[in-house]
Every structure is written in structure tokens, then in C-alpha cells.
Design a protein around this ligand. Structure first.
Ligand SMILES: *Cc1c(COP(=O)(O)O)cnc(C)c1O
Length: 410
């Protein structure tokens, strides 16, 4: 049996006393601080550096929003609030989380298909911008605004005719439940402006998890061209353009980090020569996993070690109920290994081939297949990297009555 490669461990993770260490604490010290395994650990320093590096690469004019669905953990959100310019929410539940974290509603936009009337009302009362997903949603929101005496702040999410090439999750191009088809956007914009809404411009999100700078550069150029064309048809310069995001992180063997310097240089060039419709526009990108994904790890303890038909299994107290994506069950066709390691033997040489599984009674619950790792015993800690985004809240934590993992920010 040939070992199956693990994904690349993100930069910034080092060993101390033979163990993985974050913020100067060893894996065991982190578990002590968190109280128990399974445990998500998020690094303040990693988050800070990530945003600083991104800002250094991007034009100064570009503002950066954080899409909080990637990780809404309260302490992480409060730290992100010191780093980014605004937030994207996708439900009234996330609005409540944002309000509890004290985020400024003027910097929040609310996208997402299927906003209920009570969610629209909560958003209007809070004063966040609605990124409208349909004509019907616009009319419901206008009527609610009239009833409660609030002037709705409205942008339109556009379903563009193009898509982000090489995107892990396509969100534009052809028929989609997201946004308003581009040719219908001008009429809707005119309608909501005439109805007295505060016009907040356009939101054009083309895809997610791209690792090719060229694909992002092409999508951003298309977004700027489309925004200019739509503004001309609407007959007003755009107050704001949310250019979407799409920057991905390496999860699997062979993935390379995306070249943000190239993206920043291309944007700089475009920004130096913007059409009149975009000259005074607030230009922003919105990112989730790129900002927080690599800043988090998932620690889980080995509770059993067994051999079946010659195959060694390390059975942990964690699993797909916290790591749906790492288990390969969140939109993947072929299951590949996330970056992972034995956290308590972080600088030891690989010595055996093992399958790391979770504690759920289903064959779907795998954290690493045929992984070549140092020999580990019951009580050792397994680490799964790239756990900062779409981990804790994107996994079915109540499955088999397991419950949520703990989370700490260090
Ligand atoms: C999910 C989402 C994001 C964040 O996507 P990432 O891949 O985590 O960067 C940004 N904007 C919108 C509208 C989204 O739905």
C-alpha cells in the first residue's frame, strides 16, 4: 500500500519540546488551557499577520471585509474587528452574532438567498446594507421599510454571466439561486432608487477557493467592467462595489499558496485608470477562508489504536462532526488528505502508515487516509490544520449526540 500524501502544513507552525506549538504553548498546554479535546485553537498572531500581509499587497484604496460565516467564534470576531474594514453576514443569526461582538452596522452587508421577512426587518432596524438577491426580496424589504419607518440601505447582488475559473465553488455564470441576472439589474436598481431606498451599489461575487492569481485577476477585471456597464445603464455612479473574494488556501498535496502580490499589482493598475462611474466608488473585497483558515487548528486525542487486516487505525475523540470538510464530506468528489500531524510528536520522523478516524460509527468519519506519520499511542494528540474556516460551525456537531468542540483564541 502506497502512503497517501498529506496536504501542506501552513507556514508559521513550529515545534517546541517536540510538540506543535502555538503562541508559545505546546499542544498539551493548549489542551490544558482549552479544558479538553476536541479543541479548535485559533492564533491571534496568525490572523494579524495574514491581514497585514494582504493589505501590504493590495492597493491602499481597497477595503477588506470579513465574511463571518467562515468562523463566527466571538473572540475571533472581536479580534477581526480590529483588523478589517467591514463584515459580510448571511443570516439574522449572524446579525445577532455581529451585534453581540459590537460590530458597526454601517460596515455590515447582508447577502444570502432566502432572507425571511423577520430577517429583513431585523436588518433594516439594525441599519445594515441588504445585498438583494431578487426582485421579490427587494419589494418585500421596501414594504417592511415603509411599515417600520426605516429607509432601507440596498445594494444588488449581481449574478454575472462569467465565473471565476478554477474556483472550488462556482457562484456565478448561468442559472444560479444567487443574485439577480445581470441584464435585470439596471431596472431593479432604478426601481429601488425611485422607491426612496439608500442606494449602496453592487455586489458581484464570482466564486470561492481559487488558487490561481490569473483566474482572480481575470474575474476582478470582468467585475470592474460589468460594474461600469451596469452603472451606465442605471444612470448613476456607484457608491460602493463589493468585488467578491475567491482567494483560496492550499488544503491538499500539490496546492500552492495564491500569489497575492500579482493580484495586488493588477488591481493597482486598474485602479489607476478607473472610469468615471467608479472614480469615487468604495471598492472592497470580501474574504472568509483566506483570512482565517490557516490561523486555526483542530486538536483531537487518540483514544484507541487497533489493527484490522493489517491496517492500523488511530481512533480519535474528534471527527467529521467538527471537521466535515477534512473528512471529505463537504463538497468534494475525491477524498484527499488535509494537512495533519501527530501534534505531540511534531518533530519526529514518519515511521508507519495509519488511517486516522473519528469516533463516529460511520465509515465516512475519516480524518486522514494511509498517512505516513510518526508512531503514535493512545493519549497522543492529532492535529488537523486549515481548521480556522468552515470547521466548527460548518459541521454537524450534534450528530450521534457528540456536541460541539471547544474553541480558544490564543
Ligand atoms: C461564503 C461567502 C464568502 C466567503 O467565501 P470564502 O471562500 O470563505 O472566502 C464571501 N462572500 C459571500 C457572498 C459568500 O457567500
Amino acid at each position: 500500500m502506497k502512503p497517501k500524501p498529506l496536504g501542506p502544513i501552513p507556514a508559521g507552525y513550529v515545534a517546541k519540546d517536540g510538540q506543535l506549538s502555538i503562541a508559545g504553548m505546546t499542544a498539551r498546554e493548549l489542551v490544558e488551557q482549552g479544558g479538553a479535546t476536541p479543541l479548535f485553537v485559533y492564533s491571534r498572531e496568525h490572523l494579524t499577520k495574514r491581514v497585514a500581509d494582504l493589505r501590504a499587497a493590495m492597493p491602499e484604496r481597497l477595503t477588506i471585509n470579513y465574511a463571518i460565516k467562515a468562523n463566527p467564534f466571538a473572540e475571533l470576531l472581536e479580534h477581526m474587528a480590529t483588523l478589517v474594514d467591514g463584515f459580510d453576514i448571511a443570516s439574522s443569526g449572524e446579525l445577532t452574532i455581529a451585534q453581540m461582538a459590537g460590530l458597526d452596522p454601517a460596515t455590515i452587508s447582508f447577502a444570502g438567498p432566502g432572507k425571511r421577512d423577520d430577517e429583513l426587518e431585523a436588518a433594516l432596524r439594525a441599519g445594515v446594507t441588504l445585498n438583494l438577491e431578487s426582485e421579490n426580496e427587494a419589494r418585500r424589504a421596501l414594504a417592511i421599510g415603509e411599515r417600520i419607518g426605516a429607509i432601507p440601505r440596498m445594494a444588488i447582488r449581481v449574478n454575472p454571466d462569467f465565473e471565476l475559473r478554477g474556483s472550488g465553488m462556482k457562484m456565478g455564470g448561468g442559472a444560479k439561486p444567487f443574485g439577480v441576472d445581470q441584464e435585470r439589474v439596471p431596472a431593479l436598481a432604478k426601481e429601488i432608487i425611485a422607491a426612496g431606498a439608500e442606494w449602496r451599489g453592487l455586489h458581484i461575487f464570482t466564486g470561492s477557493q481559487a488558487l490561481s492569481a490569473d483566474a482572480i485577476i481575470e474575474a476582478q477585471a470582468n467585475v470592474l467592467d460589468l460594474a461600469d456597464q451596469l452603472a451606465t445603464e442605471i444612470g448613476e455612479p456607484l457608491p460602493k462595489l463589493n468585488m467578491g473574494g475567491g482567494l483560496g488556501i492550499p488544503y491538499f498535496h500539490g496546492d500552492e499558496p495564491i500569489d497575492i502580490t500579482a493580484i495586488g499589482a493588477a488591481l493597482e493598475e486598474r485602479f489607476a485608470d478607473l472610469p468615471a462611474n467608479l472614480a469615487d466608488t468604495d471598492l472592497c473585497i470580501e474574504l472568509g477562508r483566506y483570512l482565517v483558515g490557516e490561523a486555526g487548528v483542530y486538536l483531537t486525542e487518540i483514544v484507541d489504536r487497533k489493527v484490522s487486516h493489517g491496517v492500523t487505525y488511530l481512533i480519535t475523540d474528534g471527527g467529521l462532526h467538527h471537521q466535515l470538510a477534512a473528512s471529505g464530506n463537504f463538497g468534494t468528489v475525491v477524498r484527499r488528505n488535509y494537512p495533519s500531524a501527530i501534534a505531540t510528536r511534531f518533530d519526529s520522523e514518519p515511521a508507519e502508515e495509519v488511517n486516522i478516524v473519528g469516533c463516529l460509527c460511520t465509515p465516512l468519519d475519516r480524518l486522514a487516509d494511509k498517512a505516513h506519520l510518526p508512531k503514535a499511542e493512545v493519549g497522543d494528540l492529532v492535529v488537523v490544520f486549515c481548521a480556522g474556516a468552515y470547521g466548527a460551525t460548518a459541521s454537524p456537531s450534534d450528530f450521534l449526540g457528540q456536541g460541539a468542540a471547544r474553541e480558544i483564541l490564543v
